[in-house]
Design a protein around this ligand. Sequence first.
Ligand SMILES: NC(=O)c1ccc[n+]([C@@H]2O[C@H](COP(=O)([O-])OP(=O)(O)OC[C@H]3O[C@@H](n4cnc5c(N)ncnc54)[C@H](O)[C@@H]3O)[C@@H](O)[C@H]2O)c1
Length: 269
Amino acid sequence: MEAANAKRLQNQVAIVTGASSGIGQGIAIRLGQHGANVVVNYHSDDEGAQATKDQIEAAGGKALVIKADVSKEEEVEAMFQTALDTFGTLDILVNNAGIQKDAALVDMTLDQWNKVIGTNLTGPFLCARAASKIFLKQGIRKEVSRAAGKIIFISSVHDIIPWAGHVNYATSKGGVAMMMKTMAQELAPQGIRVNSISPGAIKTDINKEDWSSREGEEKMLSQIPYGRIGEPDDIARVAAWLASDEADYVAGATIYVDGGMTLFPSFAE
Ligand SMILES: NC(=O)c1ccc[n+]([C@@H]2O[C@H](COP(=O)([O-])OP(=O)(O)OC[C@H]3O[C@@H](n4cnc5c(N)ncnc54)[C@H](O)[C@@H]3O)[C@@H](O)[C@H]2O)c1
């Protein structure tokens, strides 16, 4: 099965934001393995972005590293233009970049609020807008896909589960959930599929403090019915599927890739 689908994104072009580490890195590598030309967007980690590029190229794919802060309009516009100038087309956007700046409500500064909303909510808006303009102009490239474009948001289980001490983050992801649905409704008639993946606990830098101690790991595991903490590739495999024609009738969906975490809080003993 895997062999038959091995190159299911052949000759497509993808932009993955925040692809220098964690989930974004995993997705960029997977899309590359499936034959996509991948724009590896990153913010500050030059080495991480280069490592992503190296792994895509080692698998026989093409990658272009572009530094851009997704919360800055000019940088986003320039990134999409460079991607287009380099690869000529665009087929897939993965809105993955995200940050946490945790604080109790009473201690949360406006800067902590603005940074998280800027990266997690405004960033995906700016990128989706830029991608959609290209998709609409380009139309359906029948030789590579049945859709005119695919947008995938990396949201979070906290788009439906409140998270005390993280009001900026949970609000941003709640906003992403509605942004995805509204864009999906607006763009589906034009052949553009918009969907979300909402990860549960995945081992990356963003939550390293939580899973790196035995106590923290056990606490996390107690919230995951499937009994293991996720890895970036758990999300990447679903993203590759969503981006492909295998998922051609999937529009406006949120897929919780969380080992059953959203089944909690469980009242079952
Ligand atoms: N790890 C988890 O358990 C988990 C759970 C749910 C959702 N998520 C979401 O997954 C996404 C990826 O997070 P991760 O877990 O891989 O963490 P991570 O910290 O490894 O990755 C985040 C990436 O976003 C990049 N980034 C940050 N600000 C940016 C900006 N302004 N412009 C461009 N890039 C920027 C970072 O450089 C980094 O590469 C985030 O949206 C996060 O909210 C993660």
